[in-house]
Design a protein around this ligand. Sequence first.
Ligand code: 5AD
Ligand code: SF4
Length: 475
Amino acid sequence: MSGPRKLFVKSFGCQMNVYDSHRMADTLAPEGFVETDAPEGADLVILNTCHIREKAAEKMYSELGRMRKLKQEAAHEGRKVLIAVAGCVAQAEGQEIIRRAPAVDLVVGPQSYHRLPHLVARAAGERAAGERIVDTEFPVEDKFDFLASPSREKTRARGVSAFITVQEGCDKFCTFCVVPYTRGAQVSRPVDKIIAEASRLADAGVREVTLIGQNVNAYHGEGPDGRAWTLGRLLHRVADIDGLARIRYTTSHPCDVDDSLIAAHRDLAELMPYLHLPLQSGADRILAAMNRRHTRADYLRVVDRMRAARADLALSSDFIVGFPGETEQDFRATVDVVEDIGYAGAFSFKYSPRPGTPAATMRQVPEEMKAERLHRLQAAINRQRAAFNAACQGRTLDVLLDKPGKRAGQLVGRSPYLQPVQIMAPASRVGEIVAVRITEIGSNSLFGTLASAATPGAPAAAERSAMPVLAAQGA
Ligand code: 5AD
Ligand code: SF4
């Protein structure tokens, strides 16, 4: 193999893409690829794309325009740059990308990343003339068995908070969503593989892990006892790993919240009191048309059970406005439910027709109406976020310090509720969980001062009963 080659990976979209980008870099490392943080000078550029909404795919094509220039400039210097498109746009559009974007050498779907060394070598023409390749198969082998792990140093360099994919794909087929087509059927990784990965992360100094999956609480991976384990059971096992102080998981479906998951929130101090539970719409008619398989009342029952298990639980959600057939009354039901529940934050999107999904062929809501509804919904969500943050003023929150802040001498960390918190503290304290007294509420983050000595690994015991305002906002 030739000397070190530079690899630039750019991730779009969800946390699963961030995780996959890391695994791609790890898998190409033995081939002599060293990661860089800028596309200029790279020998291989991978765009890890997202197809969930229209804008996401557009972003990829405009990025490819920039990459094409880069490739031409390099060619003038006698350097060959390979451009690969990975992720969900690769899976959905395959050959179409090769046709539309002449700069692209390789299109690789999410199930084929373990084959990257071979695919890159072929595209580079190492073994024969360079080819333009599309690999969007759903192979029978488990890609996780073949994807490499990073070194200890690399793991630590990526930070004190890490993701672990535990589940991939989805069988729910919400009528607006491309995931079941781009990521395929729901597959869960075995418990022992996840525990090995989490233990390796903890050994390298990682303090927080987020278990991720498109429908993570549908997890049903094989346990060491040969039986299918639930996510709740897996969370209990992950909580036993020494060194891991915090656990999170995302994204969940309301129908897959079971007793074991509720018990995990009740029993595990390591499980952060923050739940991202998408509702999508507050109108039963629309929920049915979306094939969400639950009503607004079902969702509220899940929220009540969760809050009964963990009083300081903060919630977030995803909402879609302007789904086909959504009336003003349906939309108001969404704003009403947001007001009822009291979210710490939420994401909201205009419905975007995805080719091949059932809702794309339904009667569409006009664009201006979608934009106007999005504006109103975001105003309601922003009010709630502001109220949630304001309720933190003067309180003491446990903060995991994860990186230097913008100003010299400043560190940024995360509260249990995922709020960024800025404090003045030396860089040597990255990785510690410290009690921070919140002194100021900014628009994007909270500011505070160290309240006491470090309490590494200690759960926010004092806080658990100290935030009644969060629960009091509920229905
Ligand atoms: N249009 C708009 N939003 C969508 N989402 C998924 N598909 C679409 C679509 N076609 C949103 C959902 C989902 C989040 C990840 O993206 O709210 O929960
Ligand atoms: Fe998409 Fe989530 Fe519905 Fe699955 S459950 S189809 S990932 S929105």
